[in-house]
Unconditional design. Structure first.
Length: 281
C-alpha cells in the first residue's frame, strides 16, 4: 500500500501521569471517567487508547484493579484497541510500572532506553525492557516501543534483531519531551532512519510544536498519530480542549485535511497485527 493510501491509526492517551486538573479540569481520573472518555474518543475516530490509571484523587496509580476496571468498561462498550503504559510515572519502580500487563490489554508500551524527563530521570535499563517483553509475551500481549530519542530507536532495532523484541516492531516516536529529542523535521528524519522498512510508526509530540509535528508526520507517511491530555491539553494556542474527544476529532480533521484517511478499529487491528482478545481480562 502506498503511504497516501495507508489509513492513519489515531491513538488517544486520555490521562497520562504528569498532567493535572489544574492544567485541564476535564482530565479523567477514575476508570469510569477514563472509559467514558475513551468511548467518546472512539466515536470521534480513535482506534487505539494508551492507558495510565489514577486514584480517585487524581494521583497516578499502578493498581492493577484500576487498569482491569478501565479495560473492562472500555471493552463492554467499544472494540477500540487497548494499550497499557509500562512507563507509568517517573517515580514508580519498574515492578509498579508493569502492573497493567496483568489486566490483559491488547497491547502494551515498552520503553527501550532511559532519559531525563524534565527534571527527573526516567530509567528503563535493558534487563527491565527484556522483562517487560517477556511478561507481555507470556500473556499474549503485543508491544509498542515508546521511543523518545534516537538511541532508543537504535536499541529497539537491536532488540528486534537479537530476538529480544518479537516482530512486528510497532514504533511510537515521541518528540518534544524535555530530555528527549526535539520536535523538528530533522529530528523526525533522525528517528526514522534506524527503523527497518515496513515498520508501522506513529508520532506523538508534546509542546508548542505538537500540531506541526503531527502534520509533518502525516505528510511523511506516518501510520499513526497520538493525541490526548497526556500529550497536550490545548486545542489551539491559548485554547484549552474541552475533552479528549475534541482533541481526537481535531486530529482526525487534520488527517483528512492533509488528504489521508482515518483508520477504523478493524483496520488498526490489521495494521498493528493485533487481533481482538477474548473479552475476559
Ligand atoms: N509518564 C512518563 C514518565 C509511556 O507511557 O510509555 C512515561 C510515559 C511513557 O508516559
Ligand atoms: Zn503514557
Amino acid at each position: 500500500m502506498s503511504w497516501d493510501e495507508l489509513p492513519v491509526v489515531v491513538t488517544v492517551a486520555p490521562t497520562g501521569a504528569e498532567v493535572t486538573r489544574a492544567d485541564n479540569p476535564a482530565l479523567p481520573h477514575t476508570p469510569a471517567e477514563i472509559a467514558d472518555d475513551v468511548v467518546r474518543c472512539a466515536e470521534a475516530g480513535a482506534s487505539v487508547c494508551h492507558l495510565h490509571v489514577r486514584e480517585q484523587d487524581g494521583s497516578p496509580s499502578s493498581r492493577v484493579e484500576l487498569f482491569a476496571e478501565a479495560i473492562e468498561r472500555i471493552r463492554a462498550r467499544t472494540p477500540i484497541v487497548t494499550m497499557v503504559s509500562t512507563g507509568g510515572a517517573v517515580w514508580m519502580r519498574v515492578e509498579e510500572r508493569t502492573s497493567g500487563l496483568e489486566a490483559g490489554p491488547d497491547l502494551a508500551g515498552v520503553e527501550t532506553g532511559s532519559m531525563n524527563f524534565g527534571e527527573d530521570a526516567f530509567v528503563t535499563v535493558p534487563a527491565d525492557a527484556r522483562r517487560i517483553v517477556e511478561r507481555a509475551g507470556a500473556l499474549g500481549i503485543g508491544l509498542e516501543a515508546e521511543m523518545f530519542d534516537v538511541g532508543h530507536v537504535v536499541s529497539a532495532v537491536r532488540m528486534l534483531e537479537r530476538g529480544e523484541l518479537p516482530p512486528p516492531l510497532r514504533a511510537n516516536l515521541v518528540f518534544g519531551v524535555p530530555g528527549g529529542i526535539d520536535a523538528t523535521p530533522e529530528a523526525l528524519e533522525a528517528m526514522l532512519r534506524p527503523l527497518p522498512p515496513g515498520t508501522h510508526w506513529s508520532v506523538t509530540a508534546v509542546g508548542r510544536h505538537q500540531r506541526r509535528m503531527l502534520a509533518l508526520a502525516l505528510l511523511r507517511g506516518a501510520g499513526g498519530i497520538r493525541v490526548g491530555f497526556e500529550d497536550g491539553v490545548y486545542l489551539r494556542r491559548g485554547v484549552l480542549a474541552a475533552s479528549n474527544a475534541e482533541l481526537v476529532a481535531d486530529a482526525c480533521e487534520l488527517v483528512r485535511t492533509l488528504g489521508r484517511r482515518v483508520a477504523t478499529v478493524e483496520e488498526a487491528r490489521e495494521l498493528l497485527a493485533c487481533p481482538a482478545r477474548a473479552r475476559s481480562a
